[in-house]
Design a protein around this ligand. Structure first.
Ligand code: ZN
Length: 405
């Protein structure tokens, strides 16, 4: 027998698509969910801690599939991050990881971090020296010379197929679980537009072929449909942003099972940009893209493309009365996803994409006890996540607002 905790009086959304089961107890043992059953149906094991969640709604911890702990956009705050020494940056990302976990995000997918800092962060979290979510990372994003994001060490400039092969292998050597490649321009670039297509076909093929040979999936920062058609043919596994999808590309994604992380927040986050002091040209470019971005997302939903929650903005960032993670999920719901499908986009779908659905992403016996609790019913609306007040990861309680009342 190891450490046991019995969570009593919870309404459980297990993530399987089944209805919320009311008045349940959840037994957690050795960091895993040992069982879920009606309240009072099983006595607490000897020595078990009992936590009364008093009618809260319990579900699996959230996944944020598009994060950058070391994000530094143009503007004063970004400049201060760029100026950090490696020691300062390590402490900065550790703080972000802790705040991310406390906001209910128990798994993240990093898609471009400065100087591989996230691998040190991941090792520290796994060793118990730092607090944070489970980290899956692409390492540095691959980009051509002068391409999207080339200004920072969160990317690696490569030119020609050989360098892209080497760049891919270098990320894997550093510990990457997946590969990210910039196949179009974006919002935060002076020399590009969202429609810029910077790579040659051979370069893209080099990245995808090499990554797949090593058993790593590839995700791409991508705007225009034209480049996506080629990338999907080559076996691209996921699309980030997708500002300019077409019906044809959406159907191609659906047919190939390619996932989509729309990051809707990045074209509707004026207060975040204001807080960072992001220059006006970038704000205008971003906010002007919002209608097309929404249209792309709706096309993807209509086609049946698997969508996943990713905020791009730091997961814990307070915006419009909640965190960037919850706000992103609200956008996904507002533009056409049902609350239940939105919850799946934040849990099961990403767990499956990452290949970790045996361990996380739902509330079932045998899974790791990554759980969150909130006062309102998230299957009514994902805005219920605004009432989140309790976070467990691996069976350990990291947040319980009752303690600070
Ligand atoms: Zn990003």
């Amino acid at each position: 027998m190891g450490d046991s905790t019995l969570l009593v009086h919870c309404h459980v959304f297990d993530g399987s698509g089944a209805d919320v089961r009311r008045d349940q107890d959840v037994l957690v043992r050795d960091g895993k969910i040992a069982g879920v059953g009606p309240s009072g149906s099983a006595a607490a094991p000897d020595g078990a801690a009992v936590i009364d969640l008093a009618g809260s709604y319990v579900m699996a911890g959230l996944f944020n599939m598009h994060t950058h702990f070391s994000l530094a956009l143009p503007g004063p705050l970004g400049d201060s991050i760029w100026a950090m020494s490696p020691h300062e940056l390590a402490l900065y990302v550790a703080d972000g990881a802790r705040q991310t976990l406390l906001s209910g995000v128990t798994s993240v997918r990093c898609v471009g971090e400065s100087d591989h800092v996230e691998f040190a962060l991941r090792a520290a979290i796994e060793a118990g020296r730092a607090e944070g979510p489970r980290i899956h990372s692409a390492g540095r994003a691959l980009v051509c010379t002068g391409g999207h994001g080339h200004e920072s060490s969160s990317t690696l400039e490569c030119d020609g197929p050989d360098e892209f092969v080497r760049g891919t292998r270098a990320q894997i050597r550093a510990g990457a679980d997946l590969i990210k490649v910039m196949i179009s321009g974006g919002i935060a670039g002076v020399n590009e537009t969202m429609g810029t297509i910077p790579l040659r076909p051979g370069e893209l093929e080099a990245v995808i072929g090499t990554a797949h040979a090593w058993g790593r999936k590839v995700t791409a920062h991508a705007g225009p449909a034209r480049i996506l058609e080629q990338a999907l043919e080559l076996g691209l596994d996921c699309v980030e942003h997708g500002y300019q999808l077409t019906e044809e590309v959406a159907q191609q994604m659906r047919d190939r099972g390619t996932a989509f992380v729309p990051t809707l927040s990045v074209t509707r986050c004026r207060d975040f940009f204001d807080a960072l002091g992001v220059p006006a040209w970038m704000q205008e470019r971003s906010l002007a893209a919002a209608p097309g971005h929404e249209n792309s997302y709706r096309l993807a939903l209509e086609a049946g493309v698997p969508v996943m929650l990713g905020s791009d903005i730091p997961p814990f960032w307070q915006t419009e009365g909640t965190t960037a993670t919850v706000r992103e999920l609200e956008h996904m719901e507002a533009f056409g996803l049902s609350p239940r499908d939105a919850l799946q986009a934040a849990t099961r779908v990403p767990a499956a994409w990452l290949g970790t659905d045996q361990d996380v992403g739902s509330v079932e016996a045998g899974k790791r006890a990554d759980l969150i609790a909130m006062k309102a019913d998230p299957t009514e609306s994902v805005s219920a996540l605004r009432t989140l007040h309790w976070v467990m990861k691996d069976g350990y309680v990291y947040r319980d607002d009752a303690w600070v009342r």
